[in-house]
Design a protein around this ligand. Structure first.
Ligand code: 3PG
Length: 222
């Protein structure tokens, strides 16, 4: 892993957005429908070498899952995905999330995360959105939805005008195309849901998830 394993992060004991991105080649995008799955799933991912975990706020149990992982899996660094408002950011921080990921960017989300001391990976898909996030001090961004919004070619085009920005492309990223993204100089990691297939989670096939995490953790980066 690229970052120290003792959790001595730069931002007062919490990882910065760049540290979240640099820890492993893939940030798993997780959807949980049952609180009972949260801890074994987190442990399975950590066992494979992936500890930055994005639990999306898309289900009624998402915050409870974040809370469980934060309390019971100290080796993991749990974050909240699908943060769409300042209230989401506050709820995520209260539950123990140590970073936030948003599908788009607003000043209100940026300010809330700043005030909470919560690392934020703001979602962007256009140059104007990159500029808005940069104006508020964010330079480690999620490119979303990556494949649908232009894929690796878009990131290559952005590297000229935005060469001080690092990206985590997410959305349509798969084991087949992850390498193409990870080879780009402005890409630190990718995000994706393929590490946590719904059927494996429901069946409690944690060994499969550890295997997928292990394969993801070994993907080469630029
Ligand atoms: C999402 O919003 O669900 C993430 O971007 C993951 O997308 P994926 O399922 O295409 O990996």
């Amino acid at each position: 892993m690229a970052v120290d394993t003792d959790g001595k992060w730069s931002a007062g004991g919490k990882p910065s957005a760049l540290e979240v991105m640099q820890d492993a080649p893939v940030i798993p995008v997780i959807v949980l429908n049952d609180v009972a799955h949260a801890v074994p799933l987190a442990r399975a991912l950590v066992a494979g070498g992936i500890r930055m975990l994005e639990v999306t706020l898309r289900t009624p149990v998402a915050l409870a899952c974040i809370e469980r992982i934060a309390k019971e899996v100290p080796e993991a660094v749990v974050g909240a995905g699908t943060v769409r408002s300042a209230a989401d950011a506050q709820a995520a921080a209260m539950a123990g999330a140590r970073f936030a990921v948003s599908p788009g960017y607003t000043h209100a989300i940026g300010k809330a995360c700043h005030d909470l001391g919560l690392a934020l990976l703001p979602g962007v898909a256009t140059g104007s959105e990159i500029l808005a996030a940069q104006e508020d001090g964010y330079a480690a961004l999620k490119f979303f939805p990556a494949m649908q919004a232009g894929g690796p070619a878009m990131l290559k085009a952005w590297h000229g005008p935005f060469n001080d920005v690092k990206f985590c492309p997410t959305g349509g990223v798969t084991p087949a195309n992850a390498g193409e993204f990870l080879a780009l100089l402005n890409v630190e990691c990718v995000g994706g849901s393929w590490l946590t297939p719904g059927d494996a989670v429901v069946k409690g096939d944690w060994a499969r998830i550890t295997q997928l995490a292990g394969e993801a953790a070994r993907l080469p980066r630029a």
